[in-house]
Design a protein around this ligand. Structure first.
Ligand code: INI
Length: 160
C-alpha cells in the first residue's frame, strides 16, 4: 500500500528579494573575511541583491549571539548568519567558546522564529581553517549562505 503524505514543505534556493544579516567575528579576521566573501558570492549567485545584506562585526565569536539577536530585533531579515573561526590552542578556551556560542545560536534559532545559521569553523589548527575558508574543503561561508536561503524560503512556505 502506498502512503501519500499531506503537504511537503521545502525551501527553494532563490535568494531574490531575501534580506539577510551576517554577524562576523573579527578574531581570526584573515579567515572570517574569506568566509564573508564566500557568503556574499553565494547570495548573489542565487539571485540575491548585495544591498539586501547587512553585516555586523563583533570582536570575537563569543559576541556573535549578541549581534544575531540585535539583527533579529530589527525585524527585517529573512535569515541571519554567524561567521567566525575558533582555532584550538593550548588551553580549553576554544572549547568553552564553542560550547557557549553553539548553544546560544541554537537557542536564538528556536526562540526567535527567524532562521539562524551557524557558520563557524571550529578547527584543531590553522591548516584546517585554511582548507575550509576557500581552498580544498570549500568555503563554509558559501555553504552556510545556501542553507540560509533554503531556510528563509522554507520559513516563508511554512507560514502559508
Ligand atoms: N574568538 C574567536 O572568534 N576565535 C578564537 O579562536 C578565539 N580564541 O581562541 O581566543 C576567540 N576569542 C575571543 C572571544 O571570542 C571573545 O571575543 C573574547 O573572549 C571577549 O569576550
Amino acid at each position: 500500500m502506498s502512503r501519500t503524505p499531506g503537504r511537503i514543505f521545502e525551501g527553494n534556493l532563490n535568494a531574490k528579494g531575501l534580506r539577510i544579516g551576517i554577524a562576523c567575528a573579527r578574531f581570526n579576521e584573515f579567515f572570517v573575511s574569506k568566509l564573508l566573501d564566500g557568503a556574499l558570492d553565494a547570495f548573489v549567485r542565487h539571485g540575491g541583491d548585495l544591498a539586501d545584506v547587512d553585516v555586523a562585526w563583533v570582536p570575537g565569536s563569543f559576541e556573535l549571539p549578541f549581534a544575531l539577536s540585535k539583527f533579529i530585533a530589527r525585524g527585517n531579515y529573512d535569515a541571519v548568519i554567524a561567521l567566525g573561526v575558533v582555532i584550538q590552542g593550548a588551553t580549553t578556551h576554544a572549547a568553552q567558546i564553542n560550547s557557549q556560542v553553539s548553544k546560544a545560536i541554537g537557542q536564538l534559532g528556536i526562540e526567535s522564529g527567524v532562521p539562524v545559521l551557524y557558520g563557524l569553523l571550529t578547527t584543531e589548527n590553522i591548516e584546517q581553517a585554511i582548507e575550509r575558508s576557500g581552498t580544498k574543503a570549500g568555503n563554509r561561508g558559501f555553504d552556510v549562505t545556501v542553507s540560509a536561503i533554503e531556510m528563509a524560503n522554507l520559513n516563508k512556505a511554512m507560514k502559508s
